[in-house]
Design a protein around this ligand. Structure first.
Ligand SMILES: *Cc1c(COP(=O)(O)O)cnc(C)c1O
Length: 499
């Protein structure tokens, strides 16, 4: 175990002892074995570790303590909106009427869930200024694909088949160009202006009869509001193209800016970011998509419909032939949607606006605390996140952003997003969210300032970090490309972590 510290214990397979067992089946019928057809019976025992129950429980609880989570510490991961998730939402999502509903239940027995979905769609439409919303997509990335497939269907429906390009700024999230190419478009990358905003002239030059859509993140992934968004949207529409808004940063603009009213034709929400749901470990999310009138016919099926008598039902397959079809099984990730619904209802309109105002205040506070120590490449008021850079520090000391991120782990913090967006050298994208106290923000700023001082005096301390984590630095390329995730019995000279 060359890369592990003392906090990592042997795996449960290594700790198991034959015959120790644990679970007991109460009163098994005497002919239990005979009831299983001989062909389906195993001849050897499964290769599972055997342990007593307390040791199993301790093993897994101790492993869970190695996790860093928003429930254990500050999590300033930019672009991800790692806010604290109110526990009330967990209660709501676990209500038996939601949690135990069979996904194929007939509409008549699913009225409560259908009503919740309908009302959530209505609330998201109101928040975004869009005409209608689909809750189907399972994540922001799938929402993007849903939106761009609707754009494609729109152009095709008008016989406009020459449009084969999607324009994205160079600060965009990787899912934007990935979405464009999955939908069959060529991505055209537009460089940002010097102030970090969209370069209007460059967009104008690229717009034309081949442009199907532009994808804009607003506020951008630099945490900056696109001040010239109105001019840009006018130019997009004059060229006959549609405007897609990546709504991952909606946490900054709730109650302040409605993309639909500003002229965006389609956008996705990352409800697991903006409207709370524990995320970050790859768990389920939801990426609803809002559209303006023009894209209404193309929404995925089935939509949730409200009948004149006040009951709800799901659209029947083929009922709306213009639909792009299904994007996902059933009605969406309902548990995540219940949490979003609970969050929106608990805050109300003025509460949501406060969420954004506080998120913006926290980000600007943290930015001003770090301004004397790190580079702030775009030094104007930010929205809910900002980019700091260690470029100068690196020149002076050799310490890189990656080293600072690793050293933050020793200080007890989850590092911010690093090296994204790609256009900032040695960048750190920091998003504190609205749920952190000023004491937490100060302690985090103090840690980053202390690390900058260490870079001057004891750079090895920083470049060798983390020193306190159970796992030290991994070879990042190998860890990503050849992850060693499956345990198997090792023999002879084999070691569990081959170099
Ligand atoms: C998170 C994010 C996405 C992708 O959303 P997922 O829900 O993770 O699929 C897209 N764009 C931006 C700017 C994001 O931050």
């Amino acid at each position: 175990m060359s890369v592990t510290g003392t906090r990592l214990q042997p795996t449960i397979f290594e700790r198991g002892r034959d015959g120790r067992g644990g679970g007991k089946i109460p009163h098994p019928p005497k002919d239990a074995l005979d009831r299983i057809p001989a062909s389906a019976r195993r001849t050897t025992s499964p290769a599972l570790p055997e342990m007593n129950e307390p040791d199993v429980v301790r093993h897994y609880v101790n492993l869970s303590q190695l996790n860093y989570a928003v429930d254990t510490g500050f999590y300033p991961l930019g672009s991800c909106t790692m806010k604290f998730n109110p526990k009330l939402n967990e209660w709501a999502a676990r209500l038996p009427g939601f949690a135990n509903l069979h996904p194929l239940a007939p509409d008549a027995t699913a009225q409560g869930t259908l009503q919740m979905l309908f009302e959530l769609e209505t609330a998201l439409a109101e928040i975004s200024g869009m005409r209608a919303v689909t809750l189907q997509p399972a994540a922001g990335a799938q929402g993007e694909l849903t939106g761009i497939l609707m754009v494609r269907a729109y152009h095709r429906s008008r016989g406009d088949t020459a449009r084969d390009q999607v324009l994205v700024p160079d600060s965009s999230h990787g899912t934007n160009p990935a979405t464009a190419s999955m939908a069959g478009y060529t991505t055209v990358t537009i460089p940002s202006a010097a102030d970090g905003g969209v370069d209007l002239d460059a967009f104008r030059a690229a717009l034309g009869p081949r442009t199907a859509a532009v994808m804009i993140t607003n506020p951008s992934t630099l945490g900056l509001f696109e001040a010239r968004i109105g001019e840009l949207l006018d130019a997009v529409h004059a060229a006959g193209a549609l405007a897609y808004m990546d709504g991952a940063n909606l946490n900054a603009i709730l109650g302040r800016f409605k993309p639909g009213e500003a002229g965006f034709d389609v956008m996705h929400f990352n409800v697991h970011k903006t409207f709370s749901t524990p995320h970050g470990g790859g768990g389920p999310g939801a990426g609803p998509v809002g559209v303006r009138e023009t894209l209404l016919p193309f929404l995925p099926e089935p939509r949730v419909l409200r009948e004149p008598d006040g009951t709800y039902r799901l659209e029947r397959t083929g009922e709306r032939p213009t639909s792009i079809g299904r994007m996902r099984s059933f009605a969406g990730n309902t548990g995540v949607l219940v949490r979003a619904y609970a969050y929106i209802r608990a805050h109300g309109g003025s509460g949501l606006r406060e969420v954004s105002d506080d998120a913006v205040l926290a980000a600007n506070y943290l930015k001003s605390r770090l301004a004397g120590t790190y580079d702030i490449p775009h030094d104007r008021a930010c929205k809910h996140e900002f980019v700091a850079s260690a470029a100068t520090l690196k020149k002076q000391t050799g310490v890189r952003t990656l080293d600072i991120a690793k050293r933050l782990i020793d200080y007890g913090y989850h590092p911010p997003t690093i090296y994204f967006p790609l256009i900032v050298e040695e960048g750190m994208l920091i998003e504190p969210t609205e749920t952190e106290s000023v004491e937490t923000l100060d302690a985090f700023a103090d840690a980053l300032i202390a690390i900058a001082a260490e870079a001057e005096t004891t750079p090895d301390l920083v470049t060798g970090a983390p020193h306190t984590a159970p796992v030290r630095r991994l070879d990042e390329a190998t860890a990503a490309r050849h992850p060693n995730l499956r345990w198997r019995a090792m023999r002879g000279a084999e070691t569990p972590c081959p170099d």
